[in-house]
Design a protein around this ligand. Structure first.
Ligand code: NAI
Ligand code: 15L
Length: 258
């Protein structure tokens, strides 16, 4: 059975994937800076601690790298957890001979991309980070590219839209990645052959999507959910997206204003 290290296991996405990945046949090793609720065997580590990360990686077949700061923060904090932390993770992966990583990148790596250009937005557009957080995801994607070319470590970088149990805003009717589709996409990213370093847009089959899912589907991803199922409730609560507002004009929405 494939043993997978899940970093960021205590977080929102980690908590969902802990339940959703084992039915695909994975055994999980959980790790996080914080205690993982209900998992006393989970490893407590700081991603920037080279020795601890190397120990966490030892013996696994693959890594699903979710750990890090998931919002805008000071450059120093982002540097520690996301830049130094992701570098330490890849160095450990190289040293321990692990062959596959799934990297949780973000729409905020390309957040300043305008939405009045070519739609749907492709996954091969140039970086356009909207925050230090988004910049750290550009770094992670580039690091993955370097380790693929130089060391043959394969990575699928998932530019995740908004991964929560349910969409929470009109913007998320376009950007939602359902928990079930997240697990489907991670499974595809762990098993597709010959990915080198591949960047894919990571959302559900949303009626209002503005992202191209071609590269994700090419890995075998077949999304089953659509945020439209929640549109009635969300729009009754918040109204339609303001066409002049930042959430409708730029891919990263309000992050561009942080
Ligand atoms: P989260 O904040 O709930 O979980 C991240 C986890 O990483 C936390 O449990 C935290 O303790 C851990 N962590 C932070 N710094 C660490 C360090 N130095 N060492 C070890 N662990 C550390 O975030 P969430 O929502 O679960 O996101 C997971 C990943 O997916 C993140 O990398 C995030 O950037 C990415 N992502 C998430 C999206 C979403 O909509 N939830 C959208 C786009 C990307
Ligand atoms: C992200 O990258 C964040 O981690 C998450 O909290 C959401 O805000 C998401 O992007 C989004 O754009 O909705």
């Amino acid at each position: 059975m494939t043993l997978v290290l899940l970093t960021g296991a205590a977080g929102g996405v980690g908590t969902m994937l802990r339940e959703l990945l084992p039915p695909y046949g994975y055994r999980l090793r959980l790790a996080d800076l914080k205690p993982v609720e209900g998992a006393p065997d989970a490893l407590a580590f700081d991603l920037a601690d080279a020795d601890a990360v190397r120990e966490a990686v030892r013996g696994v077949d693959a890594v699903v790298h979710l750990g890090g700061i998931a919002l805008e923060d000071t450059f120093a904090n982002i540097q520690h957890s996301n830049i130094e932390g992701t570098y330490r993770l890849y160095e450990a992966v190289r040293a321990e001979g692990v062959r596959r990583v799934v990297f949780a990148s973000s729409n905020h790596a390309v957040g300043f991309t305008p939405l009045d250009g070519e739609l749907p937005v492709r996954a091969d557009i140039p970086p356009r980070p909207d925050t230090y957080y988004g910049l750290s995801k550009v770094f992670g994607e580039s690091l993955a590219s370097l380790y693929a070319d130089k060391h043959g470590i394969e990575t699928v970088s998932l530019r995740i839209g908004s991964c929560f149990p349910e969409p929470r805003s009109p913007r998320m009717l376009s950007t939602w990645l359902s928990p079930g589709d997240c697990a489907r996409l991670v499974h595809a990213a762990l098993t597709a052959p010959g990915v080198g370093h591949t960047v894919v847009n990571a959302i559900s089959a949303n009626t209002r999507a503005w992202w191209d899912l071609g590269p994700a589907r090419a890995l075998g991803y077949d999304p089953q959910d659509d945020a439209e199922a929640y549109a009635g409730r969300i729009l009754a609560e918040h109204g339609e997206l303001d066409p002049d507002g930042v959430d409708a004009r730029l891919l990263g929405g309000y992050f561009t204003t942080l």
